[in-house]
Design a protein around this ligand. Sequence first.
Ligand code: AP5
Ligand code: MG
Length: 214
Amino acid sequence: MRLIMLGAPGAGKGTQAAKVAAKYQIPHISTGDIFRANIKNGTELGKKAKSYMDAGGLVPDELVCDLVADRIAQEDCSRGFILDGFPRTIPQAEALDAAVEKLGTKIDYAVDIEVPDENIIERMGGRRACLSCGATYHIMFNAPKKDGICDTCGGELVLRDDDKPETVKKRLDVYHTQTQPLIDYYSARGNLLEVDGTQGLEDVFASIVGKLGE
Ligand code: AP5
Ligand code: MG
């Protein structure tokens, strides 16, 4: 199964993509996590991406399209994958179409998690992210077993640099202008699945599985 996760910042893409990846046994590929790992390791890519991310803007398409095309061509993606945070612009969606076509396959579904902006601001302040494995928690809605420590890998949990309220507002603006048009893009292709993301975590997951099939 080849899937894309669409939705505003904080809609729950990462949370749900991790669960979907585990259920269908496919790799979870988050471009945001890839950039954060590169920033942590001080790579050239990380240095280039950091200023855009900290400002709440998008990293330029040319830094992300080839990276994803290479990643989905790897052996572990031969049975499918779930992309979280890519594509985010129409040129990225076109680049993805070209990349999957080259592999002789196609995107099966784009899952859009819908959450109004008001709910997002509340969620972001409580989010904690693992710097080592990318797992996501929420201090109220999805707390780790031990404060500040990742349940999965024991890594340190932090508030992301771009989760300050003013940066979240900027990210929402960028989402509405540059990423939301992808909903029409995938709807026109007949493979858009829309899910109400204001439900609890497990109910959102059940809705996604209900649409994708067991
Ligand atoms: P990225 O890391 O992709 O961030 P984002 O899209 O802004 O989305 P988030 O990760 O903030 O939110 P999410 O939808 O994953 O929600 P989560 O599950 O964590 O990108 C970061 C930056 O990298 C971008 O701004 C850009 O600069 C750059 N970038 C990345 N990809 C790019 C690309 N393709 N092109 C260009 N630039 C790119 O959930 C949020 C919180 O809510 C958590 O605390 C969670 O526990 C909680 N929560 C989740 N679901 C629920 C629920 N149902 N009820 C209550 N709480 C919930
Ligand atoms: Mg995420």
